[in-house]
Ligand binder design. Structure first.
Ligand code: HEC
Ligand code: HEC
Length: 370
């Protein structure tokens, strides 16, 4: 019932995409398709040295197993059993979009925009970590639990906790396997000798490092008022946000702002759509602005407002980050409250929707509550 209601509220284009995905799903029998071998990347196929190619393929399968009998370097039997459980959940619920090897090329993928994530480079968009870092496990759990509103990525909130846990670890495994493969290819191309275990360690270190690096705000969130929204609007215009998102924050009216690392053209988000992909909490929006969105042209703004090492007389006010969060919340909520989209500075009612969002913000700037 709830799902049906949500579907009805989706805009037409999303509706259509869902319908196509559904038809594909039904045509394919909606059965968990038997997982083939993990695909071989183009870069590996085009590696000049065929001995190196064979060696990499053999090393990868020895260390990571196969899609339905996955392994992880150094894993004991309980861990392997856990990964097998993750693989089974993945085959049933994720592979039709994300592909057996996690390459984002499942059977329904061609019909979806944005495309399902290709995990194999280890790049994830909606993280609580600094720009360019791996996600924390909590970030992936949150994405899978909540889904990504405004895209075809569904919410798996009803999945039993053990299955959710297992499938998230399996996604991490697919990412680490893909990253290991990429590095091995790069070393082979550079004709550098590298021990397989050292390459795996290099990949894992990046994940361990990001686990410790949660992005904390530079200042405590001020209360959201029409004044902070206005300050945020001014910063939005003066800090370059409007160059991509447009002065009215409707982004989609602009041309594509570039290509993402997965090779797809991207638009700057239409912030007035109210569908914030990385979460609706003030801290989520703060982290989007602070860290940017990995793999896309959306840049990180932390350095602009971080006062550390700067002359206090000229350093920018770190609260400006929160002001922009308030502006984003304001325009994102305006349409939901059926107010005309920005700019509607004449509409005094617009600012009166602010306090509800502010109430959220106060409680959620700190703790993580995944
Ligand atoms: C109907 C298609 C579909 C299904 C089924 C699906 N996903 Fe996704 N998923 C997507 C799309 C599309 C995106 C990319 C959204 C974007 O780029 O904003 C995505 C993104 C993701 C991301 C990346 C988030 C980030 O921060 O970059 C993760 C992790 C993920 N999905 C996990 C899963 C898991 C686990 C399952 C199965 C339990 C699953 N997905 C099932 C479509 C799907
Ligand atoms: C170089 C272009 C560019 C600039 C400059 C830019 N953005 Fe973005 N922004 C993007 C793109 C592209 C996306 C969509 C990324 C994706 O594919 O998910 C985006 C997404 C967003 C989102 C949506 C996040 C979500 O959870 O869905 C917000 C909010 C946002 N930007 C705010 C800002 C703010 C505030 C600034 C200025 C401080 C800014 N952007 C500057 C390109 C830009």
């Amino acid at each position: 019932m709830e799902a049906k209601r949500r579907l009805v509220q989706l805009p037409m284009s999303a509706h259509f995409r869902w319908a196509v995905a559904l038809v594909v799903c039904v045509a394919a029998g909606c059965e968990p398709a038997p997982l083939p071998e993990w695909g071989v990347r183009e870069q590996l196929q085009s590696l000049a040295d065929s001995d190196a190619q064979k060696k990499i393929t053999a090393e990868l399968s020895a260390a990571f197993g196969a899609p339905l009998s996955p392994n992880a370097p150094g894993a004991d039997e309980p861990r392997r059993e856990h990964l097998r459980q993750g693989a089974a959940v993945y085959a049933k619920r994720c592979a039709q979009c994300h592909g057996a090897s996690g390459d984002g090329n499942g059977i329904a993928a061609a019909y979806l925009k944005p495309r399902p994530r290709d995990y194999r480079s280890g790049i994830f968009k909606f993280t609580s970590t600094p720009y360019g870092e791996r996600p924390r496990r909590e970030d992936l759990v949150r994405t899978v639990t909540q889904g990504i509103v405004g895209t075809s990525m569904p919410s798996f909130a009803l999945l039993p906790a053990a299955e959710l846990d297992a499938v998230v670890d399996y996604v991490v495994l697919l990412a680490q396997r893909g990253e290991t493969e990429l590095l091995l290819i790069a070393y082979a191309e550079a004709e550098e000798e590298m021990e397989f275990d050292d390459v795996v360690q290099e990949v894992r270190d990046a994940w361990y490092r990001s686990a410790e690096q949660v992005v904390r705000p530079l200042s405590v969130m001020p209360a959201m008022t029409s004044e902070t929204v206005e300050l945020g609007r001014q910063a939005f215009l003066s800090e370059g946000c409007s160059k991509c998102h447009g002065p009215d924050a409707r982004g989609k009216t602009q041309d594509n702002v570039g290509t993402d690392v997965w090779g797809q053209p991207v638009n700057a988000a239409d912030i007035t759509s109210g569908m914030l992909h990385g979460g609706q909490r003030p801290i989520d929006i703060y982290r989007r602005i602070s860290s940017g969105i990995n793999g896309t042209p959306m840049p990180s703004f932390r350095a602009v407002f971080d006062p550390e090492g700067k002359d206090p007389a000229t350093a920018k006010n770190p609260d400006t980050m929160w002001h922009m969060v308030h502006f984003v919340l304001h325009v994102a909520n305006a349409r939901r409250a059926t107010l005309p989209p920005e700019p509607s500075r004449a509409a005094p009612a617009a600012t009166e929707t602010a306090p509800a969002a502010a109430a959220d913000g106060d409680t959620e700037t700190e703790g993580e509550s995944p």
